[in-house]
Design a protein around this ligand. Structure first.
Ligand SMILES: C[S@@+](CC[C@H](N)C(=O)[O-])C[C@H]1O[C@@H](n2cnc3c(N)ncnc32)[C@H](O)[C@@H]1O
Length: 196
């Protein structure tokens, strides 16, 4: 097997989970690659909510969605993901199939706008309590930039305290010559009625 990147592994997990009609969140919209991927997976009856603090990210993603005829199934918020719980309607609460995080800064953009451990954890908490019974969180953390390693460690500590009989969790990283600096993929899935 070829050396799969954490994002490629994340997309394999996501593809196997999502069904047409699902409700998903892209918690870090950026250039919109994950937003478009999710919008394709959920189909025309599904819905994707996207969050980013940068207006340029929201606008370029909006343009890309229109170009790909996917805009009708996506709602974009120029807001931090730490507010996502408050933006869910009563019908959407507890119905999330998937929340996707791609942490760090937007490549080719302002590197000072970067995700932060505290707001990431707030968003993770709000995501977790709004997952549907087999819902999941997919997260890729980058460790090469200032603060990235600490944020990844904070995510790992947060995942580590989740009860193992309630959540199926895994961590994937490639061991290369850049050991300790490569991105890490985390998958956290509710395991209601699953085997232990
Ligand atoms: C690595 S990029 C995401 C890349 C994106 N998934 C894509 O497909 O292009 C991280 C993004 O997180 C955004 N961000 C930073 N802090 C945020 C926050 N509190 N809430 C939501 N997005 C945030 C940045 O503006 C940046 O666009």
């Amino acid at each position: 097997m070829n050396s799969l990147s954490p994002v490629e592994v994340a997309h394999r997990f996501i593809r196997s989970l999502i069904r047409k009609g699902d409700l998903c969140i892209d918690a870090t919209v950026g250039n919109g690659h994950d937003t478009i991927f999710l919008a394709e997976q959920v189909g025309e009856k599904g819905k994707v909510l996207g969050f980013d603090v940068q207006s340029s990210a929201i606008e370029s993603t909006r343009t890309a969605l229109v170009k790909n005829q996917l805009a009708a199934r996506v709602q974009l918020f120029e807001l931090g993901h730490e507010t996502l719980g408050a933006e869910l309607s009563e019908e959407e609460k507890g119905c999330l199939k998937l929340v996707v995080f791609n942490l760090g800064y937007l490549p080719g953009s302002d590197k000072s706008v970067v995700t932060q451990s505290q707001s990431t954890q707030q968003a993770l908490e709000q995501s977790l309590v709004n997952l549907q019974p087999d819902g999941a969180i997919s997260l890729v953390a980058y460790r090469g930039h200032a603060g990235g390693n600490a944020e990844c460690a904070a995510v790992e500590a947060w995942v580590d305290q989740l009860p193992a009989d309630s959540y199926f969790c895994l961590r994937y990283e490639r061991w290369t010559h850049q050991r300790g600096l490569t991105p890490v993929f985390f998958w956290i899935q509710r395991r209601d009625n699953d085997i232990a």
